[in-house]
Design a protein around this ligand. Structure first.
Ligand SMILES: NC(=O)c1ccc[n+]([C@@H]2O[C@H](COP(=O)([O-])OP(=O)(O)OC[C@H]3O[C@@H](n4cnc5c(N)ncnc54)[C@H](OP(=O)(O)O)[C@@H]3O)[C@@H](O)[C@H]2O)c1
Length: 334
């Protein structure tokens, strides 16, 4: 039986602007059977990350350049249908760069075999690259100490909500900054953040002065722009500023001004460092074990925002840039 494969191809370069429907093209063709050492996987669920837009723009240089006409890159979990790699058999659950399609044919060495349990989709979030980003960014760059005050921007997103909870486990007092009362309430009641600030409705700098009079010891930034600048003015002595992302600039044509308050790094003998999670890949197994144990013991909670249908993949990615997502953005395919 020949299976048909629906695929989304990259059709545009959204540099300096938001994503539009025409940036993607929907096509259908027969599934390619697996060759030597390859595996055929039915895609079950896709995970979404703001970086996917950057990959389409070919900025950053930390992944291979994308081509117009290639199947849109995206991580997913799936089920093995056929395997020419002895490490996999039909029925195995796997994760990898499955891309935006119904079926993926790829080398077995690019897949990770997963436990077939209730945490399957968590491998796209807290147990996947999202969790690895939170864990290694905080451990290697944030270097939290018990009693530290930690502030997280983009706090109710996939990465922000996990890193704030790891900060709590490390003994920090954690303040999250997110858009909207519902997200802020969730951070406090479910994720155990000590405080939450709605950046859309509150004066962030004023609230930080009230909530963290001693300053911010660990500043985890997913947003950049004005928010980062305001927070740099409120750092404590020897603060660690971790630049994880800067989503406020991902749709704009020009670079943001500043940050004017960067000079505070000198006065406060602080550090500001960026990182790419892929650099810690060799250490992922340790972090996966620890995060898995925290999830199973109830110490770490995560939210999944599940949309449905491959045809909705472009619109699902766009949700990240309007703040429509709550926790990890997923799309169920099969
Ligand atoms: N360095 C690395 O290796 C690495 C790895 C993975 C991810 N990242 C970065 O981590 C950040 C979070 O990624 P994620 O996958 O966890 O996505 P996410 O936080 O789940 O989703 C994006 C969130 O960003 C917020 N947002 C969107 N536009 C904004 C704007 N203009 N100003 C302020 N907030 C805005 C929205 O939340 P609100 O409703 O609160 O506005 C939205 O829900 C991104 O910047 C991403 O690029 C970095």
């Amino acid at each position: 039986m020949t299976l048909n494969n629906r695929q989304w191809l990259i059709n545009g370069r959204p540099l300096g602007r938001g994503l539009v429907d025409d940036d993607f093209r929907f096509v259908e063709s027969p599934v390619r059977p697996p060759g030597e050492a390859e595996v055929l996987v039915r895609v079950l669920t896709l995970g979404f990350d703001p970086a996917q837009k950057g990959w389409m723009e070919n900025i950053g240089g930390y992944v291979a350049p994308t081509e117009i006409g290639e199947v849109m890159r995206g991580s997913g979990v799936g089920e093995v249908l056929e395997s020419n790699d002895p490490a996999f058999k039909p029925g195995d659950k796997v994760s990898g760069m499955l891309r935006w399609q119904d079926y993926a044919t790829l080398p077995g060495k690019e897949l990770l075999k997963l436990a077939d349990d209730d945490l399957l989709t968590a491998n796209l979030g807290a147990l996947g690259t999202t969790g690895m980003t939170a864990y290694f960014g905080l451990a290697k760059h944030g270097r939290p100490f018990p009693g530290d005050t930690m502030v997280v921007t983009g706090a109710a997103g996939a990465t922000g909500s996990v890193v704030g909870q790891i900060g709590k486990i490390a003994g920090c007092r954690v303040i999250g900054i997110a858009g909207g009362a519902e997200k802020c309430a969730w951070l406090k009641t479910v994720c155990g953040f000590d405080e939450a600030i709605d950046y859309k409705a509150e004066n962030v700098r004023g609230r930080i002065r009230e909530l963290a009079p001693g300053g911010i010891d660990v500043l985890w930034d997913n947003v950049g722009g004005k928010l980062l600048n305001d927070l740099l003015a409120e750092i404590a002595m020897h603060a660690r500023v971790v630049i994880c992302g800067g989503i406020s600039r991902y749709e704009t044509g020009q670079l943001p001004a500043g940050p004017e308050h960067y000079f505070n790094l000198i006065f406060k003998r602080a550090t500001m460092s960026g990182f790419i999670v892929l650099d810690y890949m060799s250490e992922y197994p340790v972090a996966r074990r620890r995060i898995g144990a925290w999830i199973r013991s109830g110490r770490l909670k995560f939210a999944e925002d599940v949309q449905h249908g491959l045809e909705n993949a472009p619109r699902t990615l766009m949700r990240l840039f309007t703040g429509a997502n709550f926790g990890k953005q997923l799309l169920r395919i099969a």
